[in-house]
Design a binder for this molecule. Structure first.
Ligand SMILES: C[S@@+](CC[C@H](N)C(=O)[O-])C[C@H]1O[C@@H](n2cnc3c(N)ncnc32)[C@H](O)[C@@H]1O
Length: 362
């Protein structure tokens, strides 16, 4: 029944349960009760607000803590990657470039600053330089663990593969059977018999040998006595030494600093040059030219700029997220490492096929 109809029918206000009509005194009592209940409710509300605020504070504090842990572990992961450069086969700084750098510092800064700088660098084992020198390689060696949903940040992929093979009860030959088979097929096709007489091959030098597909090929086909390997992955460098008996050299990532000029019959770089920056590729090729004996050959594959279609570029963007450091190189630059008057270009159209090229020293 509405208020108006109650007014006209003369029924006065009723108690809250609607049973008895209310007097003014009753009404006062009712109001007092309501006011009290209201106050209690307000107090409870205030309590809740307060506990919500402190809950919020706790959540915020936890969020900040978690963030700090995340940032810290990211930092540790980065340091981990760099740490791998300091274990096993020791890397070295490219000597000439480093000395030129120091000379420039000595030219500009005061002697006390130079002393402090050098001591800091020694204390950190030149970490700041290594970080910059190997950024591209570290980037290219990264992968993503789709099961654990986290980046595989450690640079030492060799260690990971070696441990995985052991866990599966496999040999590395079994684990890398596909790579080994492909390498045999390609090298059989590319390195023609007339390129070099197997009997003259006593020394081979290889960069980026990893699990040694090309290494084994060279060992089986040419049986060299000397085998220099420059491999920055310390896990692989040690494995190659222990299992394939090669001479793993200290690696600065860009030169063959421990190999004498004109001492090698074959230089090899199989599927490795494009993992490093352009300028290092060029230098390794120039080093191949230096260490080859007359009549010796350089065998390598590169990603050529001339060969790069829009489709390839799109493919790189789509399939190699987040890696963006592909080492492309112009054919012109390869040719400058092997000047026409000193080298014979044995693969006439290297833009075709798998990008393998062969040059012979005159
Ligand atoms: C795909 S693997 C090579 C495969 C192997 N050559 C084969 O025959 O199947 C590439 C290797 O290049 C090495 N590498 C990358 N940058 C390098 C650099 N600047 N100097 C020497 N080795 C490098 C990596 O550590 C990696 O082991």
């Amino acid at each position: 029944m509405g208020i108006l109809s109650r007014f006209f029918t003369g029924t006065g206000p009723q108690s809250r349960d609607g049973t008895a009509p209310l007097s003014v005194a009753n009404l006062h009592q009712e109001i007092a009760k309501l006011t009290e209940a209201n106050e209690k409710y307000r107090a409870r509300l205030a309590e809740r607000i307060e506990s919500n605020t402190s809950l919020k504070e706790v959540i915020e504090a936890q969020k900040a803590e978690m963030n700090a842990v995340r940032i810290n572990s990211r930092k540790n992961m980065t340091l981990d990657r760099i740490d791998t450069f300091f274990t096993g086969t020791k890397l070295r700084l490219p000597e000439e470039a480093y000395q030129r750098f120091i000379a420039k510092c000595e030219d500009k800064a005061t002697p006390d600053k130079i002393i402090a700088f050098k001591s800091e660098m020694e204390k950190t084992q030149h970490r700041a330089f290594y970080e910059q020198l190997f950024t591209t390689e570290m980037d290219m060696a990264q992968g993503f663990d789709f099961t654990g949903l986290r980046p595989i940040v450690t640079f030492q992929r060799g260690e990971t593969d070696i441990a995985y093979a052991a866990k599966q009860g496999m040999t590395l030959d079994e684990l890398k059977a596909n790579h080994i088979r492909i390498t045999i097929e390609r090298f059989d096709e590319i390195i023609k018999k007339e390129f070099i007489d197997p009997k003259r091959v006593t020394a081979v030098c290889e960069i980026g040998a990893a699990w040694g597909a090309a290494t084994r090929y060279m060992q089986n086909r040419y049986k060299p006595d000397t085998f220099h390997v420059y491999e920055i992955d310390t896990g692989w460098a040690q494995w190659l030494k222990d299992n394939l008996g090669v001479d793993s050299k200290q690696c600065d990532g860009e030169s063959l600093s421990e190999t004498e000029s004109e001492s090698m019959d074959i230089c090899v770089a199989s599927s490795c040059l494009y993992f490093m920056p352009f300028v290092k590729q060029w230098n390794y090729l120039t080093e191949f030219a230096r260490v080859l004996k007359p009549g010796g050959i350089a065998v390598f594959n590169v990603n050529l700029i001339e060969n790069t279609s829009v489709r390839t570029l799109k493919g790189l963007l789509a399939n190699y997220f987040p890696r963006r450091s592909f080492g492309y190189i112009p054919q012109h630059c390869v040719d400058t490492s092997f000047p026409e008057d000193q080298f014979e270009k044995l693969v006439k159209d290297p833009t075709k096929g798998f990008g393998y090229q062969v040059y012979r020293k005159l």
